[in-house]
Design a protein around this ligand. Structure first.
Ligand SMILES: [Fe+2]
Length: 188
């Protein structure tokens, strides 16, 4: 179950109906899916087979042509460089669609004219960030995530950086009780 935080308003949401509603209001699709189809450590082909119905439904709904399984952990070669590509505000030319099988991460969404909204995702969460949405992403402290991804065209999933700097105002810490809110700016 995802946790949603709007730091500027002091709001934290962790009930499915509230989370879904708050995310829909900023254009983010969110659903809780069953995790009992396959073991979290099953190989990628087994995962794709187990979720074939959902994968095909999403393809039909969003025009996605391919799906794969991404699996990163602290031992993944080049992990820091990989994470750095996505931890500052950017957009994509296609949707960013993920179903989390294991691990945790945090999306920050920067809606047009709206407050930055943090979404901590965990196993069982399906999230769709529409193309053009300003956002950034960090892993949680265990630096582990496994997810199904959908693509319209993988070449469209390159980041276009906004260079706004707004991401530096938010701690890349996961939400929950330890979340510290906006980072305190210093002159150092
Ligand atoms: Fe992204």
């Amino acid at each position: 179950m995802a946790t949603v935080s709007i730091p500027s308003k002091g709001i934290v949401l962790d009930q499915e109906r509230e989370v879904t509603s708050a995310l829909a209001a900023i254009g983010i699709d969110y659903e809780c899916w069953s995790l009992d189809r396959v073991g979290v450590d099953a190989d990628a082909d087994a995962v794709l087979t187990a979720y074939a119905a959902e994968i095909d439904a999403m393809k039909a709904q969003g025009g996605y042509t391919t799906a794969d399984v991404i699996d990163v952990n602290p031992e993944t070669p080049g992990l820091d460089a990989m994470l750095a590509k996505f931890s500052t505000e950017h957009t994509h030319d296609e949707d960013e669609v993920r179903f989390i099988i294991a691990g945790r991460g945090i999306f920050h969404i920067h809606p047009l004219g709206g407050d930055v909204t943090a979404i901590e995702v965990e196993a069982g969460d399906m999230i769709r960030v529409p193309r053009g949405t300003r956002h950034w992403f960090d892993l949680c402290s265990d630096r582990r995530i496994r997810a199904i991804r959908w693509f319209q065209d993988k070449s469209g999933w390159t980041p276009h950086y906004t260079h706004s700097g707004i991401d530096s105002n938010f701690e890349p810490l996961c939400l929950g009780p330890a979340y510290l809110g906006p980072r305190v700016q210093t002159s150092l």
